[in-house]
Design a protein around this ligand. Structure first.
Ligand code: DC
Length: 233
């Protein structure tokens, strides 16, 4: 039996927003602080993109992409002494490849295909388990968990998001161009907000947060306070 929204187990906090808004960091911290489960839905779209790349499936072959998404063979493995999860796709570690800009862009392309989104729906809802779930994505509050107890839409100016991404890459010792990152982010925003199915947009009842001039700690505190208001902690 597929799990639909009314069967989701335990409370859900959704955090949606564009690339680079700080969602990933905030979601990890929230999950750790509350001791809840974490769904990084972008990783599922990225893994579908990588599966397509590895199998030589073109980004416009909708039927083949839908089949790949429905049968993703993935494992998330915690390695001793490391805080990042190892991600295994079809028996092969893809932890580094998963985070490449190229992978994110391909994920954004195939995420516009309705069949791919439907194929990933049940898998995402299965993450809703006790004691609760922090769901990170683009359509968590609007489509995947419409009944979530707290919905947050986290935004930041595109310049600030590009700047953050640039600094991350430079700190990792990688080559990066701020101008190119800005152009790519704008393209990704356009695709993610303009697609016909489950576009990135705030849920009606979402709390709107702009992290442009807020620290991670400040955003975290605001979300925790909203969770407290709703009796979620
Ligand atoms: O959050 P991310 O950068 O890992 O996501 C990669 C792409 O996947 C994003 O540009 C659009 C797509 N995505 C989506 O369509 N819906 C989600 N819930 C999460 C990600």
């Amino acid at each position: 039996m597929s799990q639909n929204e009314s069967e989701s187990i335990g409370p859900v906090i959704t955090i949606d927003g564009p690339s680079g808004s700080g969602k990933g960091t905030i979601c990890k911290l929230l999950a750790a602080k509350l001791g809840w489960n974490l769904l990084d839905s972008g990783a599922l779209y990225r893994l579908t993109a990588l599966a397509a790349k590895h199998h030589g499936v073109s980004s416009d072959d909708e039927d083949a992409l839908q089949v790949l998404a429905a049968h993703l063979d993935i494992q998330f493995v915690i390695q001793e002494g490391e805080d990042e999860l190892q991600v295994i796709l079809e028996g092969e570690s893809v932890t580094q490849e998963l985070r490449l800009e190229e992978t994110g862009n391909l994920a954004s392309l195939i995420a516009a295909i309705p069949g791919v989104r439907t194929a990933l729906l049940d898998r995402q809802r299965e993450f809703a388990q006790l004691p609760g779930l922090i769901a990170d994505g683009r359509d968590m509050g609007t489509v995947v968990f419409p009944g979530a107890q707290l919905k947050v839409y986290l935004d930041a100016s595109v310049e600030e998001r590009a700047n953050r991404r640039y600094k991350q890459l430079i700190n990792k010792g990688l080559d990066a161009s701020l101008e190119e990152i800005l152009v790519e982010l704008k393209k990704r925003d356009e695709r993610d907000t303009q697609r016909a199915v489950a576009p990135l947009k705030p849920a009606e009842e979402a709390i709107m947060l702009d992290s442009t001039s807020l620290t991670i700690e400040q955003v975290l505190e605001i979300v925790l306070e909203e969770a407290r208001h709703r009796g979620l902690r």
